[in-house]
Design a protein around this ligand. Structure first.
Ligand code: FES
Length: 233
């Protein structure tokens, strides 16, 4: 949680860190992030790290998927995987090519890896949504682990495709974070009872599919409800 004195607390993913620098990746969407962007050379407060860390399966091939600013928590993970020599493919989707900017360069500088970019306006990279490219890549790459971060409709689709391939992916979710300490209840994920700030933000899809199912297109939602899927009990 980043505290901007006199303004607010903002929940943020740590994109990278070393002994002297902590890197965050965000887009300006409201007053809080606009204030953060203007906080150059001013002191901010930090509470954290909060939540549970991700564990890495060192014998696996990874497919990382990010939608929009969901790239933030993927950056450090990609860096760790690359430093361990674990084969890793990263798909990043964004609506418009104009959002891409320096992100691929910034990403490569930190992680040493390239992004597979998807744009919905078809101006850069793969023409379509990240989930469309993921659908093509899963049978080709046969990843053992999939980790995804982004909007809930994308995460629901990732869970659906992964389950069909026998993979229980890790999803990095978003919710309304207020206290960040597990006491206010604002971040609870529907009827799962899971507090994103405490039990998350990275959670196995099998634990949250009941919460995410409403974000699936109707035909897929009906399929999941009528037939069930691996890991969905
Ligand atoms: S933000 Fe308060 S319980 Fe999670």
């Amino acid at each position: 949680m980043i505290w901007l004195p006199g303004i607010d607390y903002l929940p943020m993913s740590i994109a990278d860190y070393d002994n002297s620098k902590l890197t965050i990746f965000f887009s300006i969407r409201g007053e809080g992030t606009a204030a953060l962007a203007s906080f150059k050379d001013k002191v901010v407060g930090i509470v954290g790290p909060l939540g549970k860390p991700l564990s890495i399966n060192t014998r696996s091939r990874y497919l990382l998927v990010a939608g929009g600013t969901g790239l933030a928590p993927i950056i450090r993970l990609a860096k760790e995987l690359n430093s361990l020599g674990i084969p890793t493919t990263i798909v990043w989707g964004t609506r418009k090519g104009e959002n891409v900017g320096e992100v691929p360069t910034f990403f490569k500088e930190i992680t040493g890896l390239d992004l597979h970019i998807c744009t919905e306006d078809c101006s850069i990279g793969f023409c379509g949504k990240a989930i469309d490219l993921v659908n093509e890549l899963i049978p080709k790459l046969k990843p053992a682990e999939i980790v995804a971060a982004g909007p809930n409709d994308m995460l629901a689709e990732i869970a659906y495709l992964s389950f069909k391939s026998g993979i229980n992916p890790v999803l990095i979710l978003e919710s309304i974070i207020k206290c960040g300490l597990g006491v206010c209840g604002s971040c609870v994920l529907g009827t799962t009872g899971l507090r994103l700030c405490k039990e998350g933000p990275a959670i196995k899809a099998s634990k949250v599919i009941d919460y995410l199912i409403k974000y699936l297109p109707e035909s897929r939602r009906k399929e999941v409800i009528s037939k069930g899927l691996p890991y969905v009990t």
